[in-house]
Design a protein around this ligand. Structure first.
Ligand code: NAD
Length: 259
């Protein structure tokens, strides 16, 4: 299958690093013009320069998905640079892990803070809402488009220490299904990807024992690579996925099935 995204313009939020960077590369390799929206200018610029040096049309725009004014400015800059938007990959995400309550000797000694909860909701849930609402008018002007959202397998099964993160990733699936209904008749498909455990800076912060346990329970016997997920984003962004709408595609090496 040869995916051809020539003349398409793609936005990848959180595209400076990890899965987002691999996705920006994969989309650009398929012919798309790619705008990386990320809040970290040093890494975002370096990523865009590195990909451009390989002949790929990738442009960095400093963007904080938690701020509507920043997202609106990023839409305007993307239009100025590329003339429109066809594909939105809502990939930006963060973790602030903590147990709901920490218990020692039968007493509660701490737990997740409101700041930890709110920070993750602001990026992973409200950021997806804000970027999608800002980009949809541009997709309509092009006669349709593709939106793919970052969920996670933990949205389907929960995960220890991730009340805030799991809530947002489950919420992303809900929003995906609503928007698939609302936008489907406008020739816009909205799908979600649910990665398992992928080797990026996000999972590098997890305890090594937890990552080993994930590998042990994965039939593929390894963590995923950012490219594994990027390939799925690219497929759902392509014409081959024209009749896929409201789906959640698990990319986890079989983790949820188990060994
Ligand atoms: P990462 O930490 O390597 O990269 C995340 C990127 O998002 C960074 O470049 C960061 O600067 C950017 N970002 C964070 N807050 C932002 C904001 N407010 N505005 C704009 N950009 C912002 O993470 P990753 O592992 O590549 O994960 C990417 C996505 O995939 C996330 O949504 C994550 O929840 C999801 N995911 C990851 C895994 C995994 O195992 N790594 C598994 C399931 C889902």
């Amino acid at each position: 299958m040869h995916i051809d995204l020539t003349h398409r313009v793609a936005v990848v939020t959180g595209g400076a690093n990890g899965i987002g960077r691999a996705t920006a590369r994969r989309l650009a390799e398929s012919g798309a013009h790619v705008a990386i929206w990320d809040r970290v200018p040093e890494i975002g610029e370096a990523t865009a320069v590195a990909l451009a040096s390989e002949g790929l049309d990738v442009h960095f725009i400093e963007t904080d998905v938690t701020r509507r004014a920043s997202v609106d400015a990023a839409v305007a800059l993307t239009i100025t640079r590329f003339g429109g938007i066809d594909i939105l990959i809502n990939n930006a995400g963060i973790t602030r892990d903590s147990q709901l309550v920490k218990i020692k000797d039968g007493s509660v000694t701490g737990g997740m803070t409101d700041d930890e909860f709110d920070a993750v909701v602001a990026v992973n849930l409200k950021g997806v809402y804000t970027c999608t609402q800002a980009v949809v008018p541009e997709l309509l002007k092009r006669g349709g488009g593709r939106i793919v959202n970052a969920s996670s397998v933990v949205a389907l099964h929960g995960n220890f220490g991730q009340t805030n993160y799991v809530a947002t990733k489950a919420g992303v699936i809900g929003m995906t299904q609503v928007w698939a209904r609302e936008l489907g008749k406008r020739n816009i498909t909205v799908n979600a990807i649910a990665p398992g455990f992928i080797a990026t800076e996000m999972t590098a912060r997890m305890p090594a024992s937890a990552l080993e346990a994930m590998q042990t329970h994965t039939p593929a016997g390894r963590l995923g690579s950012p490219e594994d997920v990027a390939n799925a984003y690219c497929f759902l962004s392509s014409d081959f996925a024209a009749f896929i709408n409201g789906a959640v595609l698990t990319v986890d090496g079989g983790l949820v099935i188990g060994t």
